[in-house]
Design a protein around this ligand. Structure first.
Ligand code: ZN
Length: 129
């Protein structure tokens, strides 16, 4: 067997032992660290219990080892994205300045055209007299 579950109240605890409670009777139990994830039988009430896993990465056979993978790459990607946005904003600011000048020139041309059209349209009327 893989380690033996026993009452945790006794003095025979090993350094590394997993201490857990029986969910059925609440008794404190201890088992060798290699028993992590295994199904054991509570010596007190005979209930089958799954031994909780540990953080020691001992490859427990049980389904208790959570895939603790924080989205580390995500924040990195976000940083890169923010940098790219900053770059585009800067580029856009330059473009905006250029566009403002072009718009100003276009406005002058438009105003000149409007005046020209006004002159052409008003010419016959003023010649009426
Ligand atoms: Zn129990």
């Amino acid at each position: 067997m893989h380690g033996e579950v026993r009452s945790a109240g006794q003095s025979e605890l090993q350094p590394g032992d997993i201490i857990f409670e029986c969910p059925q009777c609440g008794k404190s139990l201890a088992i060798d660290v290699r028993g992590a994830g295994y199904i054991v039988r509570c010596p007190e009430c005979q209930t089958e219990i799954q031994v909780p896993g540990t953080d020691t990465g001992l490859g427990a056979a049980g389904g208790l080892s959570e895939p603790a993978t924080p989205p580390a790459g995500e924040s990195h990607a976000t940083d890169a994205l923010l940098a790219e946005i900053d770059r585009l904003k800067h580029q856009q600011a330059l473009d905006a300045e250029r566009n403002r000048r072009i718009s100003a020139e276009l406005a002058l041309i438009q105003a000149a055209l409007d005046r020209l059209v006004g002159m052409l349209e008003s010419t016959p009327a003023s010649e009426k007299d």
